[in-house]
Design a protein around this ligand. Structure first.
Ligand code: F6R
Length: 235
């Protein structure tokens, strides 16, 4: 595992975008596993700039996102599909048909989980998976548990995640209570993992990457991945 320390959020974002960008320069048809949230916004901005400058070409890129809330549609501005369109896809030359997010409105959630795992598998899983980390060590929506969930599944969000995510909703009662997420197994299938974390994540970074590997800190499993990079902002 490589841990790269950067001065601040802007530098963290530029370093992460350079790693994602290099991936698509080296393999234009890369499958990118993508994340939402505050952490990757700067990375996406920097990738958009690289596209506008003619450095990055997304025309053959395929994407598969980590997760989606259950019960809100892609048109809802709090959905992760909306986030991806609004923060990256609408501003680069990616074919939206090649971008995938779980369907939070699917009538049969179990069937949707299976479809999404099969889809990721049929794409050969991600060449590079971008990740953020929750204050409790979650990755995707894999919350602390007694075991590492393997495949795509529906999950109950913990109180701390509901509270953390309520900043984007009108009030806490509007935050969906469940989500569909890639499992830890799905994430670990990626050929390369790139986790980014701002300065507010210092304590959990310490626990996850300098402590013991435990499903109580789901991100700690990254210590076992052959090609994991963590980019941290110090301030
Ligand atoms: C988002 C996701 C989450 C976030 C995590 C950190 O798709 O899967 O695990 O990466 O909650 O969120 P931020 O970046 O908002 O602190």
């Amino acid at each position: 595992m490589r841990i790269i320390k950067t001065e601040n959020y802007e530098k963290m974002s530029s370093v992460a975008a350079a790693i994602v960008g290099a991936q698509i320069v080296l393999k234009p048809s890369s499958v990118l596993g993508l994340a939402t949230g505050s952490s990757p916004i700067g990375t996406y901005k920097s990738l958009i700039k690289g596209y506008q400058d003619g450095i990055y070409d997304f025309s053959q890129v395929k994407t598969v996102n980590l997760d989606e809330y259950v019960g809100i549609s892609g048109e809802n501005e709090n959905s992760y599909r909306y986030f991806m369109n609004d923060n990256l896809f609408n501003y680069v030359n990616i074919d939206k048909a090649n971008t995938h997010v779980p369907d939070g409105m699917a009538a049969d959630k179990n069937a949707e989980c299976k479809r999404y795992e099969d889809l990721a598998c049929s794409m050969g899983y991600a060449d590079l998976q971008l990740l953020g980390i929750g204050q409790n060590g979650h990755i995707g929506f894999n919350e602390p548990l007694d075991y590492f969930p393997l495949s795509v599944h529906e999950v109950d969000l913990t109180e701390s995640t509901i509270q953390a995510n309520s900043r984007l909703f009108e009030d806490e009662s509007q935050v969906p209570r469940t989500a569909i997420t890639m499992g830890i197994g799905t994430i670990m299938q990626a050929k390369k993992l790139l986790l980014i974390a701002g300065a507010d994540k210092k304590a959990i970074i310490e626990e996850a990457f300098y402590g013991k590997i435990t499903p109580q800190v789901p991100a700690s499993i990254l210590q076992l991945h052959r090609n994991a990079i963590v980019v941290i902002a110090e301030n």
